[in-house]
Design a protein around this ligand. Structure first.
Ligand SMILES: [Zn+2]
Ligand SMILES: [Zn+2]
Length: 138
């Protein structure tokens, strides 16, 4: 009985994220959306499921500049978000998945030059995307 209940939480969670693929949510927002005032799910269950999805690389987690809360984002087009670095526009929040050979080169060079082994899952490069740079100029 308890098991189905837990699976249900996970299903609702994934369904919600899948319906809003490129949007980011805080754990609290996800919790509110999933429960929607109707379903009663333990907050910890949701948080634990989020953690697990991140560990599996199904979900990416990042911190917004100047914010304490973690944001979660489901990526429909990218797998293994735990294995590549990400870049993010600090203006609009758009996320780029750097599953690109040059990112591996960069990681390799960091290791060689600075002795720093990058942990891809925790690395977000911040910048401003082309769209945001254009609107700024106007
Ligand atoms: Zn990714
Ligand atoms: Zn932008």
């Amino acid at each position: 009985m308890k098991r189905t209940y837990k699976t249900k939480a996970r299903e609702l969670l994934i369904a919600h994220l899948e319906n809003h693929p490129e949007q980011r949510f805080t754990a609290r927002e996800i919790y509110d959306a999933v429960c929607d005032g109707k379903v009663l799910i333990n907050r910890t269950t949701i948080y634990r499921n989020l953690e697990r999805l991140c560990e599996n690389g199904e979900l990416m987690r990042f911190k917004e500049p100047n914010q304490d809360a973690w944001y979660y984002q489901y990526s429909a087009e990218h797998d293994h978000c735990d294995r590549h670095m990400h870049a993010q526009c600090s203006v609009c929040g758009k996320v780029f998945h750097l599953d690109n050979p040059f990112a591996d080169d960069f990681a390799e060079k960091m290791l060689k030059e600075y002795g720093l082994a990058i942990s891809p899952a925790d690395t977000i490069i911040l910048g401003s995307c082309s769209k945001c740079r254009c609107t700024k100029k106007k």
